[in-house]
Design a protein around this ligand. Structure first.
Ligand code: UDX
Length: 458
């Protein structure tokens, strides 16, 4: 490991697991390359610094904190994430500016700020004021970013806002995406969605470079497209969590151990692992269909039901005693797992996922076939690519999801069509490993990224 000679990078993640996790992995990569890292994080949903003693953490408090008008909870915005992101950006803009100025004035040479691309241009002025470069991290894939970059065109051509009558129409400008695959989100503030997306794309264009948690072989056409559209250096150095120099917090919870023991008792590739990430929520009827579909598939299953996943309920109260008795020998329901460990376990045969980008990459890296039920934004794009381009999964659309269909698709992936999909999964797993090997594209881009950042000092 190189010595850290007062070279500091400041990072500013968006405060959701799907964004914080990859930012912290990126911090680990920079740290291993000789940089010290300060993570500025919002008081909302802040990470636990005790897991990461090698980084400095600073909490940014927003102006209304602790007061009654404290607006910061996605539940208070009716889980309208667009409205919530607007609130986050407004509440933390000024406190972020002050915190950044305090950090930059503090001794070490600060080489750059790496902020989540979703903060958009919010962080641009703050970085300019203190005279540092700003790079951005895209925690979603390149294909979905191409669709975001095409928002003005998609709007001009009437593809968005999406009309029910056009759902299955091919978007000829962005094949293989259909209209229903475009990265949109249900919101009461549709104009704000356009603003957030356009601001994000502009913020990438005006940055000193975009870091991508993807690998070249996986998304070459999209990366080439972005290279020409964004006109700034791009660095696809992923998958971050597989860099040999990365680390995982060594502490394991008791629940994790119980889950591993449970998996250890199952046959190889027999378990369906089900998780819809850290943000998506579903209706109670969907929840019950999922429950009975899993039960009726007769496959063992490990199901993450996050408190808050099912609208209007606390946790599992809508599942009957009859159901719980019925599944006791086959199924396990938990609130959260160490997903990286679960996907790497030989007992796991398929991942029923909402297709968040981290989940997609994590599944690819372990060669696990996917059942795709996208919920919002980039997840729709990811799902289309998983099924039609990378051919590592099957679609199970929310709108068509009843217990019979669920049972059919699970059986299909686990038993009937599993072999072809599994073969493709192993191929992509191998290609990810090649990209991460010594002369592979992700390693080469990482060298370029480090030189790029070091050049900011000259
Ligand atoms: C969000 C968006 O939904 C996603 O589309 C975008 O690309 C990133 O931000 P999220 O919905 O949480 O993320 O999904 P995902 O990207 O899959 O990230 C979830 C993370 O939480 C993964 O790293 C996963 O390993 C982790 N996780 C999830 C756990 O560790 N345990 C769990 O039980 C569930």
């Amino acid at each position: 490991m190189e010595e850290r000679k007062g070279r500091r990078i400041i990072m500013f993640p968006l405060p959701f697991a799907g964004h914080i996790n990859p930012m912290i992995k990126l911090a680990g990569i920079f740290h291993h390359r000789g940089f010290s890292v300060t993570i500025l994080h919002t008081s909302f949903n802040s990470p636990d610094p005790s897991y990461y003693p090698q980084f400095t953490f600073r909490t940014i408090h927003h102006n209304n904190e602790g007061k009654e008008e404290d607006p910061l909870s996605p539940q208070d915005s009716g889980m309208d994430l667009v409205a919530f992101i607007r609130q986050l950006r407004q509440s933390y803009a000024e406190p972020f500016r002050e915190s950044l100025a305090a950090e930059v004035g503090g001794g070490d040479t600060v080489y750059c700020l790496v902020s989540d691309v979703v903060w958009g241009r919010n962080t641009e002025v703050a970085a300019e004021e203190v005279g540092i470069h700003r790079m951005v991290l895209s925690t979603s894939g390149a294909a979905s970013f191409c669709a975001y970059a095409a928002y003005p065109l998609l709007r001009d051509k009437g593809y968005i806002p999406i009309k029910d009558s056009r759902l299955d129409e091919l978007v000829t400008e962005l094949p293989p995406l259909k209209v229903k695959d475009l990265p949109v989100m249900e919101t009461n503030e549709p104009e704000e969605l356009f603003r957030v997306v356009n601001n994000m794309v502009k913020g990438a264009k005006s940055s000193s470079g975009v870091i991508w948690n993807t690998f070249e072989d996986f998304e070459r056409p999209s990366l080439m497209d972005l290279n020409s559209k964004l006109k700034v250096p791009i660095f696809p150095i992923g998958p971050f969590h597989k860099h040999s120099d990365n680390f995982s917090p060594s502490t394991k919870s008791t629940e994790d151990n119980v889950t591993t023991d449970w998996l250890n008792k199952k046959n190889p590739q027999s378990v369906v692992y089900v998780s819809f990430g850290s943000l998506a929520d579903i209706e109670e009827k969907e929840f019950l269909d999922i429950a009975w579909g899993l039960r009726n598939s007769e496959q063992p299953f490990l199901w993450v039901v996050r408190p808050g996943l099912v609208r209007g309920t606390e946790w599992l109260e809508s599942l009957s005693c009859e159901f719980m008795d019925n599944i006791s020998h086959k199924g396990k329901i938990v609130k959260w797992v160490n997903q990286l460990e679960v996907l790497a376990h030989p007992a796991v045969g398929a991942f029923w996922t909402h297709c968040g980008w981290n989940s997609t990459l994590e599944s690819i890296c372990e060669g696990v076939p996917m059942i795709c039920t996208p919920c919002f934004t980039d997840q729709h794009v990811n799902a289309r690519y998983i099924v039609d381009v990378w051919k590592v999964g099957m679609m199970l659309e929310r709108s068509k999801m009843d217990r019979k269909e669920i049972e059919k698709v699970i059986r299909s992936v686990m038993i009937e069509e599993g072999d072809g999909i599994r073969e493709m999964c192993l191929k992509w797993k191998e290609r990810a490993n090649v990209c991460l090997s010594k002369d592979g594209s992700s390693s080469t881009y990482l060298e370029k990224l480090v030189s790029h950042v070091l050049s900011f000092d000259s």
